[in-house]
Design a protein around this ligand. Structure first.
Ligand code: SAM
Length: 460
């Protein structure tokens, strides 16, 4: 059941508006902004649930609601004042997805538009949302789909994804012979993800079978209790961290590809904000190895320092472009993680605004950067060492094509069967496509981000 607001639902709507509007106008990230706003507003658990669903759901389906608003008002959304448009988007989500009674959704939206300084638009909001409420979501989908026959364009409307994203996801599934799962994948992108934690080895107690808290695949994964994960004592102490299972498996593929020897040197080349670095550092420490982290954005390097502090505050965090790492440290590291900057198309559940922010034009420059970072990582790896190339995107141009391009250009590196490595790591077998040596995880199949993981050995 969708969370319902209590009598103080107005504060919840205001919190949702503030976050949605900051995303629209300041390029804010909802998953970073919302938790603090919820705490500041001191909402009850029910209202916090309602505000979260309202914020995330509105942002995920924004493109669909914009199309509905345009059709209902006869006005292009870029001709509607930004605060008014955000009030309409929130109203559309309440009407078409949350099942809020029309009189409440319309009246509260009119109240909200006054509250945010756009009182003169009250009549427009009232009329627009009344038009929106004349149909349910299915009927609006039918209306917007009329005259369209392209299957990807129809799926884009049905599941509120940009068309280029639907095409990219279809191609990635087709590459493993699972194109028929596209509908399930797009639906999974719109479902709130369950929160998982990682218990850092050597710092936190291992997950407990008896308390039924373990996740399906990661040996270190814990299902978070309901509510704010920041309230978990281990999370507050930095010994347990909020981390998607896919990210845990990406780090563990590298740390457990083979037993580590004391004195090994590990590198996380693109470490900010430090989730995988913390896990790698803890894994390294239990084996007597040491992690160095690198991050190009100084503020994110600071987040890496904070993430590493509970493991070992003396670890080195280099601030610089990962592409220049081999100038300082050629053939120096035994294990290197390249968790490359990417389109993030694999994390659409957790980053609700991302699908509307990225464009198809972002892909080629990212692929170039990813190719250069993977090349630099291999140059910085000692002969016999291992690189993990990881993206939280399944886009073939960022995954398979990057690996093929880099391996095709050098004869000192070879792909490792990453599927076999993870088969020795996970608690239960992963259902993977049967092509290639990489691991591609999926939200609909593994309840994780669509993480791509390819291990590569630098030949001796
Ligand atoms: C996908 S994120 C890494 C996530 C991180 N591994 C974690 O688990 O928390 C990619 C990171 O690469 C950084 N980055 C972008 N370009 C870079 C470059 N040329 N060299 C090093 N880092 C870079 C970004 O700032 C971002 O923090």
């Amino acid at each position: 059941m969708s969370p319902r607001p209590t009598a103080s639902g107005r504060s919840a709507r205001r919190v949702a508006f503030d976050v949605v509007h900051a995303v629209s106008t300041d390029d804010a990230y909802a998953n970073l902004l919302l938790p603090g706003r919820l705490r500041e507003a001191r909402l009850s658990a029910a209202d916090a649930g309602f505000a979260t669903e309202l914020t995330y759901g509105t942002l995920r389906r924004r493109g669909f609601y914009d199309a509905v608003i345009e059709r209902a008002t006869g006005r292009a959304v870029d001709r509607v004042d930004p605060p008014v448009l955000d009030v309409l988007r929130l109203g559309a989500h309440q009407l078409l997805t949350l099942g809020t009674p029309p009189h409440a959704a319309v009246d509260e939206s009119v109240r909200l538009v006054r509250q945010v300084g756009s009182a003169r638009a009250a009549g427009f909001v009232n009329a627009a949302l009344r038009r929106v409420s004349e149909r349910d979501r299915e009927s609006w989908r039918d209306e917007l789909s009329r005259g369209i026959s392209d299957p990807d364009a129809l799926l884009a409307i049905r599941h509120a994804h940009p068309e280029w994203v639907v095409r990219a996801l279809r191609a990635a599934l087709a590459a493993e012979g699972r194109e028929d799962e596209l509908d399930a994948l797009l639906a999974a992108d719109n479902a709130p993800p369950r929160v998982t934690l990682v218990a850092l080895p050597g710092l936190a107690d291992a997950p407990d079978d008896d308390r039924d808290e373990r996740t399906a695949f990661s040996p270190l994964g814990i299902r978070a209790a309901a509510g704010d994960p920041a309230a978990d004592a281990g999370v507050a102490a930095g010994t347990r961290r909020v981390q998607d299972e896919g990210s845990q498996l990406a780090a563990l593929a590298l740390s457990r590809v083979r037993p580590a020897r004391a004195g090994e040197r590990w590198l996380d080349l693109c470490a900010g904000p430090g989730g995988k670095a913390a896990l790698l550092a803890a894994e390294a420490r239990t084996a007597g190895a040491t992690l160095t982290a690198n991050e190009t954005v100084p503020a994110r390097a600071e987040l890496v320092r904070r993430a590493l502090a509970p493991v070992d505050p003396s670890l080195t965090v280099r601030v610089g472009d990962g592409r220049s790492i081999a100038h300082d440290a050629a053939e120096s590291f035994d294990r290197v993680l390249v968790d490359a900057p990417c389109t993030g198309l694999g994390a659409l559940r957790r980053r609700p605004e991302a699908r509307w922010r990225k464009t198809v034009d972002d892909v080629a420059p990212l692929a170039t950067l990813q190719t250069e970072l993977l090349t630099a990582a291999l140059d910085a790896t000692a002969p016999g060492g291992v690189v993990a190339y990881v993206t939280c995107s399944p886009h073939l141009a960022e995954t398979r094509d990057v690996v093929d391009a880099v391996l095709g250009a050098r004869d000192d590196a070879v792909a490792i069967d990453t599927r076999a490595v993870l088969a020795g790591v996970t608690r239960t077998p992963l259902d993977l496509g049967d092509r290639g040596t990489a691991v591609q995880l999926w939200p609909h199949r593994h309840a994780s981000d669509a993480m791509f993981i390819q291990l590569i050995e630098r030949r001796r």
